[in-house]
Design a binder for this molecule. Structure first.
Ligand code: HMG
Ligand code: MG
Length: 299
């Protein structure tokens, strides 16, 4: 059966904007974050404390956190790859972080400049220190279904990476289909394998990309498997700059439309969210790829 309620983990301001060709001004980011929270999203991923040369779009992370006015009850997680990133995040007063691991060797090297094994050594002190400071820690796993350089990724390989992150102290795993090649049967098999490995369904989230038009079907498969946290990006912004063909995060509006039809609670004001994505599309100078944004904006 389906859950009564789903937590939407909004990634537009981070996963979306990191993939834009232009750098969005700080004031626009601040307004975007506030409009997302005002639309009822309870988890609004804000930015990344990564190397500014690797992701220039998010180079203003320190200024952003200093200038941001958080809304009560809303969580604003940030991505942190290493101890240098954690130092910056702690100095900014961050309470929720996410590390981001790769399920494959090639993407670990391209995204983190580390081998598959070396990435854990980088994350271990981050997770340990963050938990000791009382922060919550999510662990992303990228390339959970396929990898542009290595092809299909074996379920066991993904579970092994995820299991290490849980053992390290990550409270939640986000399973990323970074290049959008997954299909519902594969989703169910992966979730079943995590369950068999002793990972609680309440500690799993899914992160789909709509590159091959499978994101909503995959989401429904995950919900039917018992997952209750779904990542989505307002207006379908973004992808990942270090993964070829990683375009089109699942649009939050498309997700909300499906959840409304299914009678699953989510807490988001769809009209306010669509207005936000239309406004953002104007700032970026191109229309939103979300079908629901297009349909409702022209309705
Ligand atoms: P590196 O070059 O190996 O870093 O990069 P290093 O540890 O060798 O340090 C080199 C220099 O960088 C040092 O400075 C460090 O201080 C500095 P120096 O001493 O030479 O002057 N440095 C930093 N500066 C600021 N902030 C930091 C930081 N770290 C080191 N955090 C590193 C390694 C991990 C830093 C780099 O590879 C990196 O920043 N990668 C991030 C890439 C990224 O953000 N990718 C996108 C996110 S993942 C994703 O999108 C997938 C996901 O969305 C899920 C999905 O869609 O499927 C999550
Ligand atoms: Mg993504």
């Amino acid at each position: 059966g389906l859950p009564e309620r789903v937590t939407i983990w909004e990634v537009g301001a981070r996963d979306g904007l990191q993939n834009e060709g232009t750098v969005v001004p700080l004031a626009v980011k601040l307004e975007f974050l506030d409009r997302l929270a005002a639309a009822g999203l309870g988890v609004v991923e804000a930015t990344s404390f990564v190397h500014p040369k690797w992701v220039p779009q998010l180079a203003d992370a320190d200024e952003l956190l200093a200038a941001m006015t958080p809304r009560p009850g809303v969580r604003y997680p940030v991505l942190v790859p290493n101890e240098r990133g954690l130092d910056r995040a702690l100095a900014a007063g961050v309470r929720h972080i996410a590390i981001f691991a790769s399920a494959t060797e090639t993407f670990a090297r391209r995204n983190l400049n580390r081998s598959l094994d070396e990435q854990f050594a980088m994350f271990e002190p981050v997770v340990g220190r963050a938990r000791a400071e009382g922060l919550t820690v999510r662990g992303y796993v990228s390339m959970c279904f396929g990898d542009p350089w290595e092809g299909e990724v074996a379920v066991d390989q993904v579970v092994a990476v995820g299991r290490r992150l849980v053992d390290m102290g990550c409270e939640q795993l986000s399973l990323g289909d970074t290049i959008g090649v997954g299909t519902p049967g594969h989703v169910q098999a992966l979730i079943a394998a995590f369950r068999a490995a002793g990972v609680d369904l309440a500690d799993l989230a899914v992160h789909f990309h709509d590159t091959y038009g499978q994101a909503l079907a995959n989401t429904l498969a995950a919900l039917e498997s018992g997952v209750t946290t779904v990542d989505a990006s307002a207006g379908g912004l973004g992808g990942c700059p270090y993964a070829r063909s990683a375009t089109g995060n699942l649009a939050t509006e498309d997700l909300v439309w499906m959840l409304d039809g299914l009678g699953v609670e989510h807490g988001v004001d769809l009209a306010a969210l669509v207005a936000t994505s239309v406004w953002m599309a104007e700032r970026l100078g191109r229309p939103s790829p979300s079908r629901v944004v297009r349909a409702l904006a022209n309705a």
